[in-house]
Design a protein around this ligand. Structure first.
Ligand code: C2E
Ligand code: MG
Ligand code: MG
Ligand code: MG
Length: 278
């Protein structure tokens, strides 16, 4: 009976695996179609100044709605697009939608910095910098209003190539934000050599700020950032106590559900207009 029990369990987990595999294949197919059909949309989440609480910027975040599975998380579909070789196309579509929105905000008299997430593969497109500059020039926008977000682990992989590319981007006027800062493996010397302008303190540190040593950890990150002349943004701020503490610890900008969730372009525009002269 024991033997059979084990077999049964193995059989069930096999089924579950195969089921999951089938589901993954299905989602991949749907994603490929959605990217080819330009169905993905950019949403925006505000970033506020920690002291004045005014909206100073936003992060562009990709969103995908599938008619079978509903909203699929970017944490699922971004790595999938990377594996399918479709991340450049996805990145390009999100970028174009982002700069078109920026142009609309500019016409409305609203100035704000925009952060755009960039995947490792995109950094290997030879004409990456030139393409971005062309798109901006066509809309009369400036790279000085844009932060390209690169995760710490990507920034430190192929450090030589990445550093060269990031130097080219900063020389062209883009800001470079190290995303999910504190979760990678960068040494202080690598960080020193990294042509970045900003660090985004990872949500895991923000969550721990009220735990023992949590405060000291944020303080240490703020000190390192300031030593390297990097500005600081904290992501995942979900309540006022956390916002106030981060501000007291010297974090410059804040992003999180406490202020607003990511919104589609229309809703975000209304949100900006509501706050424009406030
Ligand atoms: P990220 O760049 O670190 O983006 C921040 C994530 O935190 C977003 O998740 C955002 O919705 C979420 N977030 C914001 N405030 C809060 C909060 O208060 N609490 C919690 N729990 N979460 C909060 P999202 O939109 O699901 O994106 C996940 C990741 O997918 C992003 O992490 C980014 O690495 C990647 N991603 C999203 N859009 C793009 C894109 O267009 N291109 C690339 N390459 N990656 C993208
Ligand atoms: Mg990001
Ligand atoms: Mg992040
Ligand atoms: Mg993150």
């Amino acid at each position: 009976a024991k033997e059979q029990g084990r077999n049964t369990i193995r059989f069930v987990s096999d089924m579950a695996d195969r089921d999951q595999e089938r589901r993954a294949l299905y989602i991949q197919n749907k994603l490929a179609k959605a990217i080819k059909g330009q169905e993905l949309r950019v949403w925006f989440q505000p970033i506020v100044d920690a002291q004045t609480r005014k909206v100073v910027g936003c992060e562009a975040l990709a969103r995908w709605h599938d008619d079978t599975y509903g909203w699929v998380s970017p944490a699922t579909f971004i790595p999938m697009a990377e594996n399918l070789g479709l991340i450049r196309e996805l990145g390009h579509q999100i970028w174009i939608q982002t700069v078109e929105s920026m142009q609309r905000w500019k016409r409305l008299g609203i100035a704000l910095r925009v952060a755009v997430n960039v995947s490792r593969r995109q950094l290997f497109i030879p004409s990456f910098t030139a393409d971005l500059l062309d798109d901006l020039a066509a809309l009369d926008l400036s790279p000085a209003d844009i932060d390209l977000e690169i995760t710490e682990s990507v920034a430190m992989e192929d450090a030589e190539h990445t550093t060269k590319r990031l130097l080219e981007l900063t020389a062209s006027g883009f800001g470079i934000a190290i995303d999910d800062f504190g979760t990678g493996y960068s040494s202080l010397s690598q960080l020193h050599d990294m042509p970045a302008t900003k660090v985004k303190i990872d949500i895991s540190f923000v969550r721990r700020v009220h735990l023992p040593q949590g405060e000291q950890l944020i303080q240490a990150i703020v000190k390192i950032a300031s030593a390297f002349e990097l500005s600081t943004v904290a992501e995942g701020v979900e309540d006022e106590a956390t916002a106030a503490l981060l501000c007291a610890l010297g974090v410059q900008s804040l992003q999180g559900y406490h202020f607003a969730r990511p919104m589609d372009a229309d809703l975000f525009e209304a949100y900006l207009l509501e706050r424009k002269d406030a």
